[in-house]
Design a binder for this molecule. Structure first.
Ligand code: B1M
Length: 213
C-alpha cells in the first residue's frame, strides 16, 4: 500500500521526483484515483494556508504547484476513466493586450489543486473569447488576470460581456498586481483575490460547490 501521506508531504515541499514516483506507485497498486487526488488537494490546501500566513512565498508555492501538476498529469486518464468529476469548471486568461501570465498560471494551478477543472485561454484574451469558452466548457467561473494599469480597464468589458450573455450562473473573478478589491467592486466583478492562495476560497464560494456538467 502506497504511503499517501508521503505524497501529500512531497507536493507540499515541491519535491516533484518523489511526488511523481509515489503517484506512479499508487496507480500501480490500484489505489482509488479519487483517494490519490484527495491526498494531493490536501497538500495544496496546506500550501495555500501557509502562503496566506506568510510562512512561504511565491517561489515555494510555484514549486508545490508544479509538483502537483506533474503528479496530477499521471492521474488524469484514470480520473477520466473512473468518471471522476471536478467540483466545478473555470476558464481563466490574461486580459486583452496583456502578456503577463506567471500569476495567472499560478492561480490556475491552485484551482486545479482544489479540484476545479481549469481551461486556460492563455494571454491577450478578448471578452468574446472568455464568454465563448465559458459557454463551451460549461464553466461556473471566469477568471481574469491583469498586470498593467492600461489593460485592467478591459476587465469591465469581460464583466459586461458575461452579463450581456445567456450565462446567468457564471461568476467573474478578477485579480493581478494592478487590480484592487475596490476596483473589482467598481466594475461589478463577483469576486477578487489578491493572490493565488486566496483565489481558491473565492472560486469555491462563488461556484457554490456545484458539480461540473
Ligand atoms: Co512587465 N510589467 N511589462 N513583463 N512585469 C510589470 C507588471 C510592472 C509592474 C513592472 C514595473 O514597471 N515595475 C509594469 C506595469 C506597470 C503598470 O502598469 N502599473 C510592467 C510593464 C510596464 C511591462 C511592459 C509594458 C514593459 C514594456 O514593454 N515597456 C511590457 C508589457 C507587455 C504586455 O503585456 N503587453 C511588460 C512585459 C513583461 C515581460 C514579457 C518581460 C514579463 C512577463 C513574462 C510573463 O508573464 N510570461 C514581465 C514581468 C515578468 C513583469 C514583472 C517583473 C513580474 C510579474 C510577475 O510575474 N510577478 C512585473 C513587476 C512586478 O510585479 N514586480 C512587471 C509574479 C506573479 C506571481 O505575480 O502576476 O502579480 P502576479 O500574480 C499574483 C497576484 O497578482 C494574483 O495571484 C498571483 C500569485 O499570488 N493574481 C491573481 C494574478 N492574476 C490573478 C487572477 C485572479 C486572482 C489573483 O483571479 C482570476
Amino acid at each position: 500500500m502506497t504511503d499517501l501521506a508521503a505524497l501529500t508531504v512531497a507536493i507540499e515541499e515541491g519535491d516533484r521526483e518523489t511526488a511523481v514516483a509515489l503517484t506512479r506507485e499508487a496507480i500501480e497498486a490500484s489505489e482509488d484515483p479519487g483517494t490519490i487526488l484527495k491526498s494531493m488537494t490536501a497538500a495544496m490546501a496546506t500550501v495555500g494556508r501557509r502562503f496566506e500566513a506568510n510562512e512561504i512565498y511565491v517561489p515555494e508555492m510555484l514549486v508545490a504547484a508544479r509538483a502537483m501538476k506533474e503528479a496530477t498529469a499521471l492521474l488524469e486518464p484514470l480520473l477520466v476513466g473512473a468518471g471522476y468529476r471536478p467540483d466545478s469548471v473555470a476558464v481563466i486568461g490574461t486580459i486583452r493586450g496583456d502578456l503577463h501570465d506567471i500569476g495567472k498560471n499560478l492561480v490556475g494551478m491552485m484551482w486545479k489543486g482544489a479540484n476545479i477543472a481549469v481551461v486556460d485561454l492563455g494571454t491577450n484574451v478578448t471578452p468574446e473569447r472568455f464568454v465563448a469558452a465559458a459557454r463551451e466548457h460549461g464553466a461556473r467561473i471566469v477568471g481574469v488576470s491583469a498586470l498593467l494599469t492600461t489593460t485592467m480597464v478591459g476587465m469591465r468589458d469581460v464583466v459586461d460581456a458575461v452579463r450581456a450573455s445567456d450565462l446567468a450562473d457564471v461568476r467573474v473573478i478578477v485579480g493581478g498586481a494592478a487590480v484592487t478589491a475596490d476596483y473589482a467592486a467598481q466594475i461589478g466583478a463577483d469576486g477578487y483575490a489578491a493572490n493565488a492562495a486566496s483565489a481558491v476560497g473565492v472560486a469555491r464560494s462563488l461556484a457554490g460547490g456545484a458539480q461540473a456538467p
